[in-house]
Write a protein that binds this ligand. Structure first.
Ligand SMILES: [Zn+2]
Ligand SMILES: [Zn+2]
Length: 364
């Protein structure tokens, strides 16, 4: 079996669209025809050389599509089913997996660094050479073969180009607020960075009943976007400290770093009230280090924590998100940004690097 896929060759090099070989699906695997895949900050870390990953590689891990083929032992999925891909095809056996945290699976993290699935294979090749998988998925392609456990059915009614956003940005941003921090009614919330993850965090804070929701981002158009999604204030980062002192004089009850940079984590922590909680949501570049003032934790008793993929099993979290979508509480359509065909992947990556109000999609 073959598929067209956008192949990444290394930082600074153009992608090429190739007809690559796909291993036949095993008994517990499915073939998914990809309808849309979002470009996530993790893909951009590879593009910018901030993550060292083997190449050639097919990036893309925020995908939705339609099941085409199911293996002989797959239960609960049939050809024609619409699915969102989880990027955590974990081992299912380690302590983190048994605790319902597949995205924290130690074997998965080893595999992510090596560009493979947890069994060490990729199932992809080009002219006899191994092609690696970005984030254990690789969905900047027309088709992917994945474990049936990570093809999560979404039923009917959610357009696939919108559903793609559920696969990473929504599970991550909503989960950070509802499942990791567990924001309470009446809280004050700060979201640093209003890309897709930050926009989902804002919506989740609104769902949780937060009274004050402040979002900060320098990219044009994103502040209008967060105000529409439930933020009470949209601020330029340059005015954040001064304005927050008026809006929440003690600091925010919860502050989320949706960027994933030591500088933005420090801003989030600095803006957290005494005894409040700062949460790292965005993934920092490899080798990033935090340099923090101990007084935040001792004198002011703040908490600093992090969340991976929303701190919940995607198979459990996704139906909850879908309920919010169907009830009109969680907007997907307004977060969809420009769409590019596979052949225009370089333009799509440039648009994502420049920053847009909506998520940049690759639609094979
Ligand atoms: Zn992602
Ligand atoms: Zn595991």
């Amino acid at each position: 079996m073959t598929t067209r896929a956008a192949v990444f060759w290394g930082p600074g090099e153009p992608f090429t669209v190739e007809e690559i070989e796909l291993a036949e699906p095993g008994p517990e695997e499915v073939v998914v025809r990809i309808a849309a895949a979002g470009i996530c900050g993790t893909d951009l870390h590879s593009v910018k050389g901030e993550f060292r990953r083997p190449t050639p590689m097919v990036l893309g891990h925020e995908g939705a599509g339609v099941v085409e083929v199911v293996g002989s032992e797959v239960d609960g999925l049939a050809p024609g089913d619409q699915v969102v891909l989880s990027w955590a095809p974990s081992c299912g056996e380690c302590a983190d997996c048994r605790r319902g945290r597949p995205a924290a699976c130690t074997r998965l993290h080893d595999a992510l660094g090596k560009g493979t699935l947890v069994d060490g294979t990729t199932g992809l090749s080009l002219r006899g050479e191994t092609v690696y998988r970005g984030t254990a998925t690789g969905c900047f392609a027309e088709r992917v073969v994945v474990s049936s456990r990570v093809a999560l059915p979404i039923g009917e009614g959610v357009p696939l180009r919108e559903a793609a956003l559920l696969g990473c940005a929504a599970l991550t941003g909503v989960g950070a607020v509802l499942f990791a921090a567990r924001v309470e009614v009446g809280s004050s919330v700060l979201v640093v960075g209003a890309g897709a993850v930050g926009q989902f965090a804002v919506q989740a804070a609104h769902i949780a009943g937060a009274e004050t929701i402040v979002a900060a981002d320098p990219v044009e158009g994103r502040l209008e976007q967060v105000l529409r999604l439930g933020a009470t204030h949209g601020l330029d980062p340059a005015e954040l400290a001064e304005r927050l002192a008026e809006i929440a004089p003690d600091g925010a009850d919860y502050a989320f770093d949706a960027v994933g940079d030591p500088a933005t984590t420090e801003i989030a922590l600095a803006c957290t009230r005494s005894g409040g909680t700062a949460v790292m949501v965005g993934l920092p570049a490899a080798g990033a280090r935090l340099d923090l003032e101990p007084a935040h934790f001792i004198r002011r008793e703040k908490w600093l924590t992090g969340t991976m993929y929303g701190s919940e099993d995607p198979a459990i979290a996704l139906p909850i998100l879908l309920e919010h979508v169907r009830a009109g509480r969680l907007d997907l359509s307004g977060l969809v940004g420009p769409e590019y065909s596979l052949d225009r992947i370089d333009e799509a990556i440039d648009a994502a690097l420049a920053g847009t109000p909506g998520r940049v999609l690759v639609t094979p």
